[in-house]
Design a protein around this ligand. Structure first.
Ligand code: ADP
Length: 474
């Protein structure tokens, strides 16, 4: 009888493994689909699930920036204020100060004025406390980079209208308003003489810092609670904005790739139920397969099913494994990377978090396998997404759209992708699988010229750099 149950367990696992498999042929289809959707999103507003938002950033920091600049990073549960002192080409970033603070829960659903007043106050305190910038005259207006990681329809590099709140924020009177103006008004009310010189998305900040360190950086990807990407596009390829003129001939485009979808994505019944139970069904499909907010819960759903099909986890009726999002991705990573022979970390997470004890080694091994399948799929799809961008800009070793190979000279060019986010930085298996898939899709020859570079604190520091390169004093 117990043998029959074990067979059912094996059946559930095999079904999941097949459902979420990502052979090279499928990854190639995802690459193609990403490039096609990018084209469609650039052709017209609403032409694709990819919004392909203009950022009006047409030049990226190159190291010449000098002076003291501030940044404000609002995009999740924490917000951060930063102060960066730039010393130009030779000295680089001389000094950086960062302070992080949680946003009080009640402000996330209050009014625009309350939220922005709170932010302006915190910023003012910070400026005054750290305020020994003796180089600048006392009443000089300071320049700020504002990282605002929600979908924004930009009207210039320093202004833009909020399309919708995400990530738990819900303040109706901000939607449709210029968020830079909201902040400037609050700073004025609080007596802080500061100008928003750049309004950017976190991915754009990451790209800016990446480019500051390495001029071959052409795109940036964030793998954190959510996931998103941006890259440098040719202005004439942004068809929906005819006659767009920029100094450099290019512009950074914020893809909002978390909302990407393609029928080639390997979706399983667990993804379907996660989506149906989420507050935004049929939205952010790519993100729900890839980002830190969701991976732990996909694994939980598979493990729960196994537990229901068999008794290898014992009696689970009073355990917490039924609770959505109880298994956070960092715990999942810890179990996945458990190197101890008796899988002590798996035992600990099950006991402490899920309140399931005495699980045999065989069941612990199975848990590790589930984590592996979930993360491997996520990382490989993420890699396909990145190659999709490379395809679109002709850096994947093929001609832009036709698929013909170009001479090796063009593939010998260095291409750097800036990456930020704790899912990538702290989860080494995710990182390994992603890199492995990049090589698989691109081939060794091309892959050796593509570099994934971590851009630490990029979303904030990058915004300060953009404030510097777009400052009114230059
Ligand atoms: P964000 O601003 O999007 O919250 P972070 O870069 O701070 O960006 O990412 C936080 C997310 O990263 C968390 O939601 C979590 O899912 C994931 N994460 C953090 N630490 C780890 C870890 N050790 N292993 C795997 N994922 C992690």
């Amino acid at each position: 009888k117990s043998r029959r149950r074990w067979e059912r367990v094996v059946g559930v696992l095999r079904e999941f493994e097949e459902g979420c498999s990502t052979p090279l042929a499928r990854l190639r289809q995802v690459v193609d689909a990403m490039a096609v959707e990018m084209h469609a999103g650039l052709a017209s507003d609403g032409g694709s699930k990819l919004k392909m938002l203009l950022t009006f950033v047409d030049s990226l920091p190159d190291g010449d920036e000098k002076g003291i600049y501030y940044a404000l990073d609002l995009g999740g549960t924490n917000f951060r204020v930063l102060r960066v002192q730039l010393g130009g080409k030779v000295s680089g970033i001389l000094q950086r100060q960062v302070e992080s603070q949680p946003i009080p829960q009640e402000l996330m659903t209050s009014t625009s004025e309350e939220l922005f007043d709170f932010i302006a106050m915190t910023l003012k305190d910070f400026v005054e406390r750290e305020g020994n910038d003796s180089e600048s005259p006392p009443n000089k207006r300071r320049e700020l980079g504002f990282t605002f990681s929600f979908p924004v329809r930009q009207t210039s590099v320093s202004s833009g209208v909020l399309i919708k709140w995400t990530k738990g924020f819900a303040i109706d009177d901000t939607v449709g308003r210029d968020v830079a103006e909201c902040l400037e008004e609050a700073m004025m009310r609080r007596g802080l003489n500061m100008r928003v010189a750049a309004l950017v998305n976190d991915t754009v900040g990451t790209l800016a810092l990446g480019h500051y360190h390495d001029e071959d950086t052409v795109a940036a990807v964030v793998f954190g609670t959510g996931t998103n990407a941006c890259y440098v596009e040719r202005a004439d390829a942004i068809i929906k904005c005819q006659g767009l003129l920029t100094n450099s001939g290019g512009m950074v485009v914020n893809m909002e790739w978390g909302n990407f979808w393609s029928s080639h994505l390997p979706k399983t019944p667990y993804d379907t139920s996660l989506d149906a139970d989420s507050p935004n069904p049929l939205d952010q499909g790519f993100e729900k397969m890839i980002s830190g907010m969701y991976l732990g819960d996909i694994a939980r759903r598979v493990i729960l099913r196994v537990a229901q099909e068999s008794d290898i986890f014992g009696d689970i009726t009073s355990s917490r494994i039924h609770e959505p999002y109880i298994l956070r991705t960092p715990m999942m990573a810890a179990m996945h990377e458990d190197g101890s022979p008796d899988l002590r970390e798996v035992e600990r997470v099950f006991r402490e978090t899920l309140q399931i004890t005495n699980i045999p080694l065989k069941a612990r091994r199975l848990v590790v396998r589930v984590c592996d399948m979930v993360t491997r799929r996520a990382a490989r799809l993420a890699a396909a997404g990145i190659v999709g961008i490379l395809r679109k800009i002709g850096r994947d070793g093929r001609a832009a759209a036709g698929g013909r190979r170009t001479e090796s000279s063009s593939s010998a060019r260095r291409t750097v992708i800036a990456i930020e986010g704790h899912l990538y930085v702290d989860y080494s298996m995710f990182q390994e699988y992603l890199k492995e898939a990049m090589v698989e899709i691109l081939g060794e020859d091309v892959a050796q010229n593509v570099f994934l570079r971590i851009s630490e604190d990029g979303s904030g520091i990058g915004a300060a750099l953009l404030a510097a390169s777009h400052s009114s004093s230059i």
